[in-house]
Every structure is written in structure tokens, then in C-alpha cells.
Design a protein around this ligand. Structure first.
Ligand SMILES: [Zn+2]
Length: 133
């Protein structure tokens, strides 16, 4: 992986993030479906990385996927998301991480209902929402 803009040791992340957010971002955890605060959230604004504040998604890219996690059909900017092949749990999935801090966000699937055909399935805990002014 190329050098990240935001580099911290795991101990530094642990000190900075709450336990649940640390587990998602740094240990590739997944929050339980329908528990995240943004899974059913339709306000206008922007979604930022909970680790480094990078702008990841905009509310007009969010759609209701009924899958229990916030879903987006495209990132705010293509370069802000890194994709990695993930073969854990006996599945082949595409993991997505924040390209600025390397934090785990969720996965991207190619069954999206909009014209991009993509469904970024993201943990609410990996995101920080900022309402548009
Ligand atoms: Zn980040």
C-alpha cells in the first residue's frame, strides 16, 4: 500500500477513538445490521471518515438499501476510497478503506440499483455526518 496521509500507531488510534469505532476502523469489525445511526438517515450533508475526517460520501450518493448499513452508490471522490480483496469468512468480497488513514469502512458490491451499479455498504461507526449548512 502506498503511504497514507494520516499515519498513527495502533496505540495512538486506540487512545483517540472510542472502543467501537476503533474495532471497526482498525480491526475491520462490522457493526450489527440496523444498529448504526446512519442506516436509516436521509438528511442532506456529507459523510466523513470517523478516523481522519476525510470527505468520503455525500448524502445524494446514499440510497436506501434495506441491508441494515448505510449504502452509497459512489464515493465523493474516487481517490478517497481504496479497494482490497477480502477472502475472510469463506467469501470473496471487496473491502473498502479510507485512502487517507487506511481505516476499514466496509465493503463494495456490484449489485447496486442505481446507474453506477455499485453498493458501498459502510459501517455507520466509520462515518461522521455533517449536515449541509
Ligand atoms: Zn480516514
Amino acid at each position: 500500500m502506498s503511504a497514507l496521509k494520516v499515519q498513527k500507531t495502533e496505540a495512538e488510534w486506540k487512545a483517540e477513538l472510542n472502543e467501537e469505532v476503533f474495532h471497526i476502523l482498525r480491526q475491520k469489525g462490522t457493526e450489527r445490521a440496523f444498529t448504526g445511526e446512519y442506516s436509516n438517515h436521509n438528511e442532506k450533508g456529507t459523510y466523513h471518515c470517523a478516523g481522519c475526517d476525510a470527505l468520503l460520501f455525500e448524502s445524494n450518493q446514499k440510497f436506501d438499501s434495506h441491508c441494515g448499513w448505510p449504502a452509497f452508490d459512489a464515493p465523493a471522490e474516487e481517490t478517497i476510497i481504496h479497494e482490497h480483496q477480502d477472502r475472510s469468512f469463506g467469501m470473496v468480497r471487496t473491502e473498502v478503506t479510507c485512502s487517507d488513514c487506511g481505516g476499514h469502512l466496509g465493503h463494495v458490491f456490484t449489485d447496486g440499483p442505481t446507474k453506477t451499479g455499485l453498493r458501498y455498504c459502510i459501517n455507520s461507526l466509520a462515518l461522521k455526518f455533517k449536515p449541509s449548512a
